[in-house]
Design a protein around this ligand. Structure first.
Ligand code: AMP
Length: 146
């Protein structure tokens, strides 16, 4: 098996050095293209319940997307990933990661995985969702909650 296009899924909120290192090592090993994706989760927040105007939500999403693009660009520098292979999407992480993988003809998705608890477990983890929906191979790198 010779992977040609590897997609690294990055969540900025957790320690994911090991995931990044694995993706990079595999891309080097197979001489594959390495791409990167971050999904800004669009879990609906009932803003009206906080007394906020609907416009507030729109502005905040734009700002979050811009910041995510900047962070992804920073991340990509160290990994030598071209701008054309960096994607920031809005939506459900598992759906967007698998959609992008299909659209860009990725043959391996690399992402982290760790035991979930509480609300996150009820909602379902990203790694489980990607494993379920992806049409290509998926490598989940075990993360420790520390
Ligand atoms: P989780 O299953 O939510 O613990 O997430 C496991 C892995 O999925 C993370 O280590 C990331 O590799 C990836 N991931 C989670 N959330 C996102 C996101 N919003 N955008 C891109 N990748 C994500």
């Amino acid at each position: 098996m010779n992977y040609k296009h590897i997609l690294l899924a990055i969540d900025f909120f957790e320690q994911s050095d090991s995931v990044v290192k694995q993706a990079k090592a595999l891309a080097d090993l197979f001489n594959a293209t390495l791409s990167i994706v971050h999904v800004v989760d669009n879990v609906p927040i009932p803003l009206s319940g906080y007394g906020l105007e609907p416009g507030f939500e729109t502005d905040l999403t734009g700002e979050i997307m811009d910041n995510a693009r900047k962070r992804l660009a920073e991340f990509s520098k160290n990994l030598n990933i071209n701008q054309s292979n960096q994607w920031v999407e809005l939506g459900s992480p598992k759906m967007e990661i698998t959609r992008i993988a299909e659209e860009k003809q990725v043959d391996l998705i690399v992402l982290g995985s760790h035991g979930r608890h509480g609300l996150a477990l009820l909602l379902g983890s990203t790694s489980t969702g990607v494993l379920h929906y992806a049409k290509c191979d998926v490598l989940t790198v075990r993360l420790t909650d520390q």
